[in-house]
Design a binder for this molecule. Structure first.
Ligand SMILES: Cc1ncc(COP(=O)(O)O)c(C=O)c1O
Length: 381
């Protein structure tokens, strides 16, 4: 038995996922139903036992763990002055909009996409242009022609999710280089949200190419956002960071904060440090478990359902289920009603007739989703 087979009781623990609609079994928001690595829990206990919770700063151990992580996992040699510590990635996306565009200029992104990407532009009174991803040679990828058509002289930023939520794609080095070249040609800032980059299910087949490894000439227009939060299930701790090697770009980004961001709490800092320092063996076990969950969901859709299509999931614990071949226009509300299971509604991501299933849970809990979908499709469709 794996530690990931154990389902902690989350209902009644102040959990967004479990307590928002307590009458349903939840497979929606992107956190996992697993305890964090024991070393993370230990580090938090030690910090709590200290008992003093005044204003915090990123301590030396955290900085060291981040720089070690960047070097060992991504072959990126960074330094403390390139880091901007943040309470989350979404505030960072918003901050980038405020820092690098003026009222009525635009942000560009591709859909389907994690919903805040479709809304952060409003914080800076900007416009949003979206271009759908397309399938080419069996893989979701950028529609370069449509992007060229969509971009204008007032498009200031491109917001990227890589690995992609909800498609589960890990973009190749070639795709990221082409995107960087596209941003340069149109004088745009590239904001690369890489929160899911340690959740790649087969790193030999689909390695992560971080925007931090682009040629130096792109550094003046590239911001990379990272966090151990998704991988080690500490998203509620509220810690993320940006890596911005170009100091002028970093200063512009930081200046746009004004007084809008709260202090980061000490538990966020300490849990991040422990995750990066000691979490690797746990992460590898997690990946093996998630792969089996991914295979189970994929097989169920492809071999048993047939009408529900699913992309090849290269990363994340999220499955983007396509119901276009069924007669169900809104699969999330259909499954809520027919199977009492709570998936994310695809419309929020810019995808009609889709639902996103979170398989970051024990196999027995995942079976609840699968049997719920099976039953609902038999009776309700
Ligand atoms: C691509 C992406 N970016 C950002 C976030 C959220 O980041 P944070 O909680 O740090 O704001 C998520 C959460 O699902 C995500 O999938």
């Amino acid at each position: 038995m794996s530690c990931f087979d154990v389902m902690p009781t989350r209902r009644g623990s102040g959990s967004l996922k479990w307590d928002q609609k307590p009458e349903l079994r939840p497979f929606w928001v992107a956190d996992m139903d697993f305890q964090s690595p024991p070393e993370v829990i230990e580090a938090l206990k030690r910090r709590v036992e200290h008992g003093v919770f005044g204003y915090a700063v990123p301590h030396d151990g955290l900085i060291e763990s981040i720089l070690d992580y960047l070097r060992e996992r991504h072959e990126v040699f960074s330094s403390p002055d390139e880091l901007v510590h943040l309470g989350g990635l979404v505030p960072a996306l918003s901050l980038a909009c405020r820092a690098f565009a003026e009222k009525n200029e635009s942000v560009l992104t591709c859909t389907p996409i994690y919903p805040p990407f479709l809304h952060v532009h409003k914080d800076a009174n900007l416009n949003l242009t979206t271009v759908p991803y397309i399938v080419s040679e069996g893989k979701w990828t950028f529609d370069w022609e449509a992007l060229e058509e969509a971009v204008t002289s007032s498009t200031r930023l491109f917001l990227l999710s890589n690995p992609q939520n909800p498609l589960g794609r890990v973009f190749s080095e070639g795709e990221i280089r082409q995107l960087a070249e596209f941003c340069e040609r149109h004088n745009m800032i590239l904001v690369s949200d890489e929160i899911h980059c340690d959740l790649i299910l087969d790193e030999i087949v689909t390695p992560h190419f971080t925007a931090l490894r682009l040629p130096e000439s792109y550094a003046a227009r590239t911001i990379t956002l990272l966090s151990p939060s998704k991988t080690f299930n500490i998203a509620g701790m509220g810690y993320a960071y940006a890596v911005i090697p170009d100091q002028k770009l970093k200063n512009r980004f930081m200046a746009a904060q004004g007084h809008t961001l709260a202090e980061i709490n000490c538990l966020g800092y300490y849990s991040a440090e422990a995750a990066y320092r000691y979490g690797e063996p746990w992460r590898l076990d997690l990946i093996s478990y998630l792969k089996e969950n991914r295979d189970l969901v994929t097989e169920f859709c492809r071999e048993e359902m047939g009408t529900i299509t699913i992309p090849d999931i290269e990363a994340t614990y999220l499955a983007w289920l396509n119901f276009e071949r069924t007669s169900i226009p809104n699969p999330a509300s259909f499954l809520e009603k027919e199977a009492q299971i709570f998936l994310s509604d695809g419309r929020y991501f810019g995808g009609e007739a889709h639902a996103r299933l979170n398989f970051g849970c024990s196999r027995s809990h995942l079976e609840v989703a699968i049997s719920g979908i099976r039953k609902a499709m038999e009776t309700g469709n």
